[in-house]
Design a protein around this ligand. Structure first.
Ligand SMILES: Cc1ncc(COP(=O)(O)O)c(C=O)c1O
Length: 366
């Protein structure tokens, strides 16, 4: 008689696995680093989009949550959060009633002002809420996305916000996504310089205002600096980790990664190539700089090098030893998009399936 399948073997693939113990370790270790530095942690929920994980971050000591979109913020309300920052360029008058309702539900709601061009639309939107809204000013530190590009522009934004009856400047924020490409040896010196520049800029406007940088590529390094110049950090990806944090940036180890894509070998059409049942609809089309979509979590040289919608093309020194039907857990290149492509995750603990969690804010992009 054949032995019964373990719950993990019985799971249809592709499946998204969350390792509960590693998730908890990642949440607690970032919180411990923030507590030791005396700096607030305001994690970005875009990575996990799950109320239960937000609740766990808050219970560990997070001062509040960061969201990208209003719908994400609304989805996180059941976590019991009291302080939220919506870090995106809100412009639509349609957002006014939702913003007003969110402000009513929270002790502290902050929204973003991301440039002089954005401020005009934001001030109009804020006036429609009939409330005075707290704003955090985006400062560009090198990603060249949103944010004031220089001190003169930041000064003009601050002056215009001060004249707006519906806006109050409460601080500054940044997203250092460009640090994913900075070699580890250069990171510390670059960060000291970046934070020094941010602090000078803040002092030129109002030394009492906080600075909230936000990226998993820099959060632990900032916390370890023991700086008094920064008041909160807002990392997101650290809860799970991915190839961008483990390989591109090397701020996490593979064995700390808490989310894997479980896929099955479905074909071996030629030597050196294996096909799996997970493609771009699972991994997304995001790749590492060396164009990898996912790598085997167990350290074998088995990498997803190309994706179609339902197929992953797997190559590497160890692929010929793989068997049809074999299951492989992969670390994805970019975990945040993987989460937004799945309705639920399978929670595992020491190899056993222990739960299924819904991705509450899946698809919340408005
Ligand atoms: C505005 C903002 N803040 C914080 C984060 C979190 O950064 P990370 O994904 O590096 O943890 C992001 C990520 O895209 C972001 O766009």
């Amino acid at each position: 008689m054949s032995s019964p399948l373990s719950p993990l073997d019985a799971l249809p693939t592709p499946a998204i696995l969350v390792d509960r113990a590693r998730l908890t370790a990642n949440i607690n270790s970032m919180q411990a680093a923030a507590d030791a530095a005396g700096i607030e942690l305001r994690p970005h929920i875009k990575t996990h989009k799950m109320v239960g994980i937000a609740r766990q971050q808050l219970a560990a000591g997070a001062a509040g949550l960061t969201c990208a979109k209003l719908s994400e913020a609304e989805a996180m309300l059941p976590s019991g959060v009291r302080s939220m920052f919506v870090a995106h360029s809100l412009v639509s008058p349609l957002a006014a009633p939702r913003l007003a309702a969110l402000a009513e539900r929270l002790d502290d709601l902050r929204i973003a002002v991301t440039s002089e061009a954005h401020l005009e639309a934001l001030a109009r939107l804020a006036s429609l809420t009939g409330k005075k809204l707290s704003v955090m000013m985006a400062l560009d530190t090198g990603l060249a996305r949103e944010g004031a590009r220089d001190a003169a522009s930041a000064g003009r934004i601050a002056a215009q916000v001060a004249r707006s009856p519906h806006l109050a400047l409460r601080g500054f924020y940044t997203h250092e996504g460009q640090y994913y490409g900075v070699p580890p040896a250069e990171r510390a010196a670059k960060l000291v310089e970046t934070i020094g520049r941010l602090s000078d800029l803040r002092d030129s406007i109002d030394p009492a205002l906080p600075i909230w940088p936000g990226s998993s590529s820099t959060a632990k390094a900032i916390l370890a600096m023991g700086t008094r110049l920064v008041q909160a950090v807002r990392p997101g990806t650290y809860v799970f980790g991915d190839l961008s944090l483990c390989r591109t940036t090397a701020v996490m180890r593979d064995d700390e990664v808490a989310l894997h894509v479980l896929a099955t070998v479905v074909d071996k059409p030629e030597p050196g190539l294996v096909l799996i049942d997970a493609g771009s609809k699972v991994f997304s089309s995001d790749r590492t700089p060396d164009t990898i979509f996912g790598r085997a979590a167990d350290g074998r040289d088995v990498a997803v090098v190309r994706v179609n919608e339902e197929h992953g093309y797997v190559r590497g020194a160890d692929v010929d030893a793989l068997k049809i039907g074999e299951r492989i857990a992969f670390i994805p290149a970019h975990v945040c998009v993987v989460l937004n492509l799945t309705d639920e995750v399978t929670v595992v603990d020491r190899g056993a399936v222990v739960d299924t969690w819904r991705v509450d804010a899946r698809g919340c992009v408005r």
